[in-house]
Design a protein around this ligand. Sequence first.
Ligand code: MG
Length: 455
Amino acid sequence: MSEQKLFGTNGVRGTINDSLTVDLVLNLGKAVGTVLGPGSIVVGRDSRRGGEMFTRSVIAGILSTGCSIIEIGLAPTPTLQYNVTRLGCIGGVVVTASHNPAQFNGIKVMGRNGIEVTRACESEIEKILYSKQFRFASWDTIGSVNRDSNALRRHIDGIKTHVDMKQTQERRLIVVVDSGNSVGALVTPTLMRELGCKVISMNSQLDGNFPGRPPEPIPDNVHELCKTVPAVGADLGIAHDGDADRATFVDEKGNVISGDQSFALIAQRVLRKKPGSVLVTPISSGNLIEDVVNQAGATIDWTTVGSVVVSHRLEEIRGDLGGEENGGVFYPPHQSVRDGPMTSAQIVEILAAEGKTLSQIISELPIYHTVKTKIPVPSEKKDRIHDALLSLTKDERRITIDGVKLQYDEGWILLRPSGTEPLYRCFTESSSKEQASKLSQFGEELIQKAISQIR
Ligand code: MG
C-alpha cells in the first residue's frame, strides 16, 4: 500500500470498492483502536451504500486492538458526537461521506470530546496503518459489541434543554423537513414535532441511492423543498446533508436562506443573550457576520476553512458560537461541533420569539450577494495551482491563510482547492449581484490561467 494522505477535510472519503475498500477500512479500524485505545468507541453510520460492510470492517479492526464498541447504528454524525461525550467514551467512528455523491463513502473519527480528531492524530493513525504497527490484544482481552438504542433519544433530549419549549409550542409552526433520504430523518422530524411544530417530511425513507435529491443541501438540489414550503403554507423548510451536521433553510416564500444568513440570525440571538461573545468562523464567511458582530461589539476569531478547525478553536478559546457559510453552525453550550438538528431548533426558536416570518427577519439583515462555483481541475495539477495563483495575484490586496482571498472595493473572491475532490471552489461576495457574478467570472478565469501556466 503506497503511503498517501488518507484524511481529507472531514475524514477519509473514497468511492466504494474502488478507492475505499473493506480492507482499507479494516486496517483503519485497527489503526484507530491502536491510537485511541484502550476504551469504548461509539460506531454509527448514515444511509449510504456500503454502510453495513464498512461498519463491520471498522468494528472488526477496532475490536482486534482490545477496544470495545457501542454500536448506535443509523444516526446523524452530531448524534454520534453527542453520545461519545455523554457515554464517556474515548472516541467515535461514523461511516459516512457526508454530502458527497452516492458512489462515495467514508470514515470520520472522533476523539473523546466528540470532535473529529486533530490533524496530528490523523497523521498518527496513517503512520500506524502504513507501518502496520497495530497493537493487537491478547485472546482473552478482545472487546465486545454492545448495541445502544437510546442514542437518537439522548441527542433529541439534549437539544431540547437549550430551547424555550413553551414559546415554540405556542407558535405551532408548520415545518417541512427534507432529510435527503438519509439519517437526518431519524432526528429532525421528531425533534420538530416535540417543539410543537406541525411536520411534513420529504425524502425521509433511508436510501443510499439518494433518489430524492443529491445529498448536498445547496440551492440547486433543494428545488422540490422550495416548491413544497409555500405550496403547503409552511413557515419553514429544512434540508440536511447526508450525515445531518448541516442544515439549509427555506423561507415561507420558498427562498433559500444562505448559510451566512442563518448563521447571522443565530449569532444575533446569542449576542443578545450574551453581549461580548466570541464567534469563530473561517475566512470563507462573508461580510454579513462581520456586520452583526461589529454592531453588537463582539469579536470574531478567523480560522482556516474546515469544520474541524472551527470546533477545536471553539474549545481552545471557549468561544460562544461557530459558523460556516455552508450551513454548519456550532453551539458549544450543546456541543462544539456542527449539528443540523440543533441549528434547526435554534431557527425555530428565533421564529417563535420574533413572531415574524422568516423572510421578514431576513429582510432586516444587510444584503450581500454570493456566487459559489466549483471548477474541475486536473488532479495532477491541483497542488501546484495555489502557487500559480499566488504569482498571478501578487499585486492584489489579499489574505492567504487558506487559499487566496482577494479583496476589492466591490467585494471579495476566495479561491480554494476542495479537500476531497479534484476541483477548486470559487466564492465571491458583493453588495451588488452583478458585481458578485463579475467577480466569480474573474475568479474562474484566474484558475483557468493558473492551470494553463502549469506544465
Ligand atoms: Mg456533513
